[in-house]
Design a protein around this ligand. Sequence first.
Ligand code: AMP
Length: 401
Amino acid sequence: MSSTRVLVLNSGSSSVKYQLLDMRDSSRLAAGLVERIGEETSRLKHTPHGGEAREWTGSVPDHEAALKAVATELAKDGLGLDSPELAAIGHRVVHGGLRFTEPTVVDDAVLAEIERLVPVAPLHNPANLTGIRTAQALRPDLPQVAVFDTAFHTTMPESAARYAIDVETADAHRVRRYGFHGTSHAYVSRATAKLLGRAPEDVNVIVLHLGNGASASAVRGGRCVDTSMGLTPLEGLVMGTRSGDMDPAVIFHLMRVGGMSADEIDTLLNNRSGLIGLCGDNDMREIRRRIDEGDERARLAFDIYIHRLKKYIGAYYAVLGRVDAVAFTAGVGENSAPVREAAVAGLEQLGLAVDDGLNAVRGDEPRLISPADARVAVAVVPTDEEMEIATQTYALVGKDG
Ligand code: AMP
């Protein structure tokens, strides 16, 4: 029997998201989520393909228990992790530093390097490591593949990747711009080229990944040349709960004048800023509803969000010189027609416009929303990070399956 299945695991500090895919035909066999790991009220939601979702609430003390619970659910559908059809487990790993430019089969040296990167990704890499170790314990014979969020951005030139600070200090502490959401930017830029009927090598794309976290990237001929997130995911666009760009002196000011600690400011900028800090909501649906009711704070939050987004479109237009497409993706980018409309409003001189009728259409497929005669294509391209992780994992290990 050939092994064509890949389990994709996205392990967070208190959650595990998973999908089981069959790479023979890129079909999804099951998907699910374990949340609130370590609490009394952990929740598992498991959806077999084409079947009813099953939910379960109880205590899941740690990641090992979470993965065992996932294995039990999969087994109920005849998709157990002990199946010889499982070719590999693909793991989302947030920070791969400069070393990991490609998906990588995990061994002890790879685990040690991911561990070494914990200081630059203190929230994410430890959880990713726990996920890998737990999966290894469950299926020690199976290849575990790490797919890094930073990898797609390692092609950025030094001029885009370096901060203009003292080089020795920066290098001593590995301070540079790494970028994140790389799996999504890679997938969406390729899918956009496909939508245009062109090869990725021939197409320049600005990808706008607008979810609760948000980032933009400039992709020239399939290679990332700039992206908006930096050393951490805090830099760049206004996000659901993160500030994005600001004068770094705000931090010293809050320390010296506001009496806040580094940890307090970290929490402020990562969790209590962005849309939620500006208006108390981070869900774009809720913000739009409030705007429709005349809420001024929601309006201002939206305007600040759009202003920043527009600045990045302009910046990446200049970086690329020639732009073939602007692609909107992730929760906000795929679903919010008002955000897409406002982001390109007034950019007709750059060849950018949306057709109101096309922009209003909802759907799961990649689609163009620019007028037929537009110089630059504007597209909605649903992202699929799990499929991309599975594809990369299978490409690495599946050949001899
Ligand atoms: P993500 O991080 O990609 O899952 O995106 C989550 C975000 O997408 C939510 O916080 C919402 O702001 C946004 N979102 C999801 N669905 C919609 C929708 N139908 N309309 C507008 N925004 C949406």
